[in-house]
Write a protein that binds this ligand. Structure first.
Ligand code: KG4
Ligand code: ZN
Length: 383
């Protein structure tokens, strides 16, 4: 069942029934195809979500145990027109711009979204706004139908299947990167440990299944080491590492009977405890850095697919309480990839009148599509 019907999701409270909105509001169609979700949405600058559709491809990739880029691109092609028709069928104001994820992501998948977006922008004679997928994950925390929106600056922790990033966000497009992963992303670690435990690859990756199993486990059962604790590396800053933890789980479980549910649950809970402890520690170090510069501890925005995890939400909320600040989490359905976050990032850029592709670092230039007349997309576009 590749097409998951969106109106049932809990952000439906943002869906507008009364249209159109005030004429001075900006309205954007957002397109997300960077990985294995095809997401489209129409969102206005007053925070109203007029329509949103999402097709997940997990059933396409499940037999392969991971995402196959070629199949993902084909599935985006197959679903796109139907989703678009569905999205545009709802009552809505005029669309002022088309926003599309231009990177980072899988090249064949980005290309599908960019081409479709370009066609629509040309057809409607409106601007095309290239969106950084990570920025979209972060900015969606500011989407709200009741102003005031979450103010800058804030700390952001992006935890997803492809990325682990801590940044100080000073404004639209003004990210100061404080830490990133030295190896695997945290979601990747959740997915790999889920596979070791024989859990299926579902609509929200293996992480969601691991979280459910962990609820029945003893989180203290196995003392996996918290990553990067040796003093030199600890001092090294706010970077992350998850490959050692994943290897530790692999070695520890080699001699275990994982068919025993309690044993598997203990592994899941112990892994989750340590992975989250690592995130919390790095967030603490980022807050220390801010304080060392004379800033108060900023608010913390936690986003990306792993931010759906309830244990992580509780631990980071507790950290924020103790640090005298707030932890802000988008609703779970807006944490994993979706079209709303891209449309909203487009709204933010349109309102700020800043929607050209920012200058890219040397190593990223030249990663655009094969044809010179194609709109550039950037599989490795960093924040
Ligand atoms: O943001 P996202 O949809 O895609 C990327 O941009 O990567 O994140 C997907 C990741 C997967 O690794 C998945 O296992 C993880 O989010 N995830 C979770 C949970 N739900 C999704 N990880 C831990 N606990 C969850 N409840
Ligand atoms: Zn994502």
């Amino acid at each position: 069942r590749p097409l998951s019907a969106c109106p049932a999701l809990s952000w439906h409270r943002l869906l507008s029934t009364a249209c159109p909105t005030q004429p001075h509001h900006h309205t954007v169609l957002g397109i997300e195809t960077s990985c294995d979700d095809t997401g489209l949405a129409v969102v206005s600058s007053d925070g109203v979500v007029h329509a949103a559709t999402l097709a997940s491809q997990w059933s396409v990739h499940a037999p392969h145990g991971g995402i196959v880029p070629r199949l993902a691109a084909r599935a985006h092609e197959e679903h796109f027109d139907r989703l678009l028709a569905h999205t545009l069928a709802s009552p809505r104001p005029r669309v002022d711009a088309v926003a599309v994820t231009a990177g980072p992501g899988l090249a064949p998948c980005l290309r599908v979204g960019m081409r479709k977006a370009q066609d629509l922008a040309t057809l409607w004679n409106v601007p095309l706004i290239p969106i950084n997928h990570l920025e979209a994950h972060v900015l969606v925390a500011r989407l709200s139908t009741s102003p005031p929106a979450l103010a800058f600056p804030f700390l952001s922790l992006v935890v997803s299947g492809g990325h682990t990033l801590l940044a100080l966000v000073r404004g639209i497009g003004t990210f100061e990167r404080l830490g990133t992963t030295l190896d695997d992303a945290v979601g990747e670690a959740f997915d790999k440990v889920a596979r070791i435990l024989g859990l299926g690859y579902g609509a929200t990756g293996g992480g969601a299944a691991l979280e459910v199993l962990a609820r029945d486990g003893d989180a203290q059962a196995i003392p996996f080491p918290v990553p990067l604790q040796r003093s030199a590396r600890r001092r090294a800053g706010c970077d992350f590492s998850f490959s050692g933890l994943k290897t530790a789980v692999k070695y520890a479980t080699d001699t275990m009977d994982l068919d025993d549910r309690q044993t598997a649950a203990n592994v899941a809970a112990s892994f989750q405890r340590v992975a989250v402890a690592h995130l919390v520690q790095r967030v603490g170090m980022a807050a220390d850095r801010c304080q060392a510069r004379g800033m108060a501890v900023p608010r913390l925005v936690v986003c990306g697919g792993v931010a759906r995890n309830g244990y992580l939400r509780r631990e980071l909320s507790q950290w924020a309480d103790a640090a005298g600040t707030d932890a802000v989490f988008p609703v779970p359905e807006l944490c994993t990839d979706n079209g709303i976050m891209v449309a909203w990032a487009g709204v933010e850029r349109l309102v700020a009148n800043d929607f050209t592709m920012p200058p890219l670092p040397d190593e990223v230039r030249g990663t655009r599509g094969p044809h010179r007349d194609e709109v550039p997309y950037h599989p490795r576009w960093p924040l």
